[in-house]
Write a protein that binds this ligand. Structure first.
Ligand SMILES: Nc1nc2c(ncn2[C@@H]2O[C@H](COP(=O)(O)OP(=O)(O)OP(=O)(O)O)[C@@H](O)[C@H]2O)c(=O)[nH]1
Length: 326
């Protein structure tokens, strides 16, 4: 058996799965309808929408299988997401990648597999729409075209979910996406008695960038800042653009010293960007933070309000200092 390797975009792919907040959710008729159609059209016992997570594949929709997940190492879909095309395994007994796979040699005794990768609007292959049989079979070009059409329906559902949760300009979570993801992360911190820190950022003098250099330049600056946040914070932190030039990040399991280090990294990378980019203006931000200790749980709203107030204070101090100097 050959376990599937990770694709090159693995981190971004998993971050997208997190933003969509689709893993471990309830069955959804929009996806179940598609797998029912696939099962009927191809006359197969099993049809799945499988999402490939860190170490498992999890089924958003499953027809003909009682389990909701299997280890990623054993998954056919882990192989299918390595390419844009359909992965076709007409007879698993004759394929060295799968011949001694426990899902082939034991239940559900998979013999035939056809899986079409399903992508997020940002282009990451999140999983597959796949059909399976317990006997070998063919899958002609017409079948393949039909499977691609059905996979496209799955992608449209992803697109609708994505639009509701993601800021189109920067690809970060939007306010709604943030509230929902951060709410879950905060509950996890509270259950495990981990500290958490919320950072509230607002760019300084951003209106001036738009006014002097145009809206397109303003968009460039927002995207550049979003990229820096992505680079300087951990993949497990929840980062969002919640308004015009406002960004927030929830750092989980993070105490003050780590938060300070993250902000130092951000400042130094922003300095480097300003020097490198030479756009005629200096991109700068004010930031406020609010901490939840392991002992005292706080609601997300409270953390947001505290961090916003701290940011505002810093902004006032900075503009007073600039006025005094000038
Ligand atoms: N380019 C661009 N500009 C935007 C977008 N959304 C909001 N803005 C602009 O962002 C600016 C935000 O305004 P403020 O926060 O008051 O401006 P500021 O100059 O940063 O003010 P301070 O925060 O006090 O430093 C406004 O000019 C908005 O028009 C966007 O998606 N793209």
């Amino acid at each position: 058996m050959i376990a599937p390797p990770f694709p090159a975009d693995e981190d971004a792919r998993r971050a997208t799965l997190r933003i969509l907040q689709i893993l471990d959710t309830e069955p959804d008729e929009r996806f179940d309808r598609i797998t029912r159609m696939a099962k009927r059209i191809f006359q197969v016992p099993i049809a799945l929408v499988s999402l490939v997570d860190a170490d498992r594949q999890w089924f958003k929709s499953a027809q003909g299988l009682d389990i909701r997940e299997t280890p990623r190492d054993l998954s056919f879909c882990g192989h299918a997401i390595l390419s844009d095309d359909i992965l076709l395994v007409p007879d698993s007994h004759r394929d060295p990648r799968f011949a001694d796979n426990p899902l082939v040699t034991g239940p559900p005794q998979l013999r035939f597999y056809a899986g079409c990768p399903v992508r997020s609007p940002s282009g990451h292959r999140l999983g597959t729409l796949c059909v399976m049989d317990r006997q070998p079979r063919g899958f002609d070009p017409d079948d393949q075209a039909t499977l691609r059409d059905l996979a496209y329906l799955v992608e449209q559902q992803f697109a609708a979910m994505y639009a509701a949760m993601v800021d189109e300009l920067t690809g970060l979570a939007n306010r709604r996406g943030f509230e929902s993801q951060a709410g879950q992360v905060l509950s996890l911190c509270q259950r495990n008695r981990w500290p958490a820190t919320l950072l509230f950022f607002d760019l300084d003098g951003f209106k001036g960038v738009n006014d002097r250099y145009g809206h397109a330049e303003g968009d460039w600056a927002l995207k550049a800042f979003a990229d820096l946040l992505r680079q300087c914070l951990r993949a497990s932190d929840v980062v969002a653009r919640t308004g015009g030039d406002e960004f927030v990040a929830l750092l989980s399991g993070t105490a003050t010293a780590e938060k300070d280090r993250a902000l130092e990294r951000l400042r130094s990378q922003l300095n480097a960007l300003n020097l490198r980019a030479q756009r005629g203006y200096t991109l700068a931000f004010s930031v406020g933070s609010a901490a939840m200790s392991a002992e005292e749980p706080l609601a997300l709203d409270t953390l947001m309000a505290q961090a916003d107030a701290a940011m505002y204070e810093q902004k006032q101090r900075r503009s007073e200092a600039i006025r005094a100097a000038g």
